[in-house]
Design a protein around this ligand. Structure first.
Ligand code: PMP
Length: 384
């Protein structure tokens, strides 16, 4: 089998797994405890936080450990909205965000906040002028993702950060960075980010842990009440083993990023070119996007049919994103990019990991030709 679903989740590195196993066995103390087991665990946690901070060129005190990006995104968006409601109740995002962002805004709308959804272009990139026009005096938060999890579209974060801060220097800028870290360059300073979310299982770390970067001086209303862990941002006994594993994966992710980018770009260029030549293919991603996520449709054919046909040929790919692949609705992301219903209902996603080579791409292209060849009579032609 060849696994093409790294945007869904990545295999944890062997080193990460063995380090975590050791921590779980040997250092199970509660980091809040005063005895030596507690102190040992607290030391490991402190070190892990420093490593995570270094990978983002941030301060350890700016790193909040979460259970993953769903929690991080909820915490950033709802926490900022609640904390700063005296400044205003206006928020800005797009309709192409991950459900953990989009649904957080939908919930805030139900609770009385006003949300402006800025449009994206045909490539999924935010209309920065529309964003500039949308920022107001009472805009508390703008949330825009780095890399789209369905299409790989990359947002111009530096331009967005500049625009937001020029319009209103008090407006907070949150970035869902989940699909970008370890793949593209990250610079929270250049982006003028106030809040930045990551999830360890997307960069060969463990599942169930993530980082929310909270810039010094920014306060969040805590969603989980209880103890004073994570500087009062998130109550609950810390998962020390997962934190240590994530820190290792983050350091490696940052170190390997340039090489990943180079290798993934080579494979992506081949895939994009040769898949586009398969009759009936409609491409939903372009070379402008991130090198590791590609999306394309065979309108008229249910994407599950192609996913299963590819699986029989040894290729594991996905439809939309893992979080919404069991829903048979069209992709909200593709619709927002202006794709029609039949294209938006038939998106297939392939996402690369660090072990892929050009030969793997050749096998995938052959499999896709075979799978779609049999389905050709059912594929609607869209003039491509
Ligand atoms: N944001 C994006 C862009 C994602 O791709 C994901 C994972 N599908 C999440 C947030 C949520 O991450 P987690 O599953 O770790 O909660």
């Amino acid at each position: 089998m060849i696994y093409w679903d790294h945007a869904g989740t990545t295999p944890p590195d062997d080193d990460v797994v063995s380090t975590m196993a050791e921590v779980m066995k040997k250092h199970y103390g509660n980091p809040s405890a005063l005895h030596q087991y507690g102190e040992e665990a607290a030391k490991l946690l402190k070190k892990a936080r420093e490593v995570c901070a270094a990978a983002l060129e941030a301060e350890p005190s700016e790193i909040v450990l979460t259970s993953g990006a769903t929690e991080g995104n909820n915490m950033a968006i709802k926490g900022a909205a609640l904390q700063y409601k005296s400044r205003g109740k206006h928020l800005i995002t797009t309709r192409t965000e991950h459900p953990s962002v989009y649904e957080s805004f939908r919930q805030l709308e139900q609770l009385g906040w006003e949300v402006t959804y800025v449009p994206v272009d045909a490539n999924g990139r935010v209309d920065v002028q529309a964003l500039a026009d949308a920022v107001r005096k009472d805009t508390v938060l703008v949330s825009i993702m780095h890399v789209n999890n369905e299409t790989g579209a990359v947002q111009p974060l530096m331009e967005i950060g500049q625009t937001v801060k020029q319009r209103n220097h008090r407006t907070l800028f949150h970035i869902d960075g989940v699909q970008g870290f370890g793949k593209l360059e990250v610079s929270l300073k250049n982006w003028q980010a106030d809040l930045y979310t990551l999830s360890a299982h997307k960069f060969n770390g463990p599942r169930g842990i993530g980082v929310l970067y909270v810039r010094r001086g920014v306060e969040l209303f805590p969603l989980l009440s209880g103890g004073q862990q994570e500087n009062g941002h998130r109550a609950g006994t810390e998962n020390v083993a997962a934190a240590v594993g994530m820190a290792k994966a983050m350091r490696l992710g940052r170190e390997r990023q340039p090489e990943f980018y180079r290798q993934a770009s080579l494979i992506r260029n081949k895939l994009l070119q040769e898949i586009a030549e398969i009759p009936g293919t409609v491409m939903n991603s372009s070379r402008e996007g991130a090198p590791h996520i590609m999306n394309f449709s065979y309108p008229g054919v249910k994407p599950e049919v192609i996913v299963h046909a590819l699986e029989e040929l040894g290729m594991l790919v996905s439809t939309k994103s893992a979080c919404s692949s069991k829903l048979s609705e069209p992709s909200r992301v593709l619709l927002e990019m202006g794709k029609d219903m039949s294209i938006a209902s038939s998106g297939i996603r392939i996402s690369l990991g660090r072990h892929h080579r050009l030969e793997d791409a050749e096998r995938l292209i052959d499999a896709l030709k075979t799978a779609t060849g049999k389905l050709r009579p059912f594929i609607e032609r869209k003039g491509t």
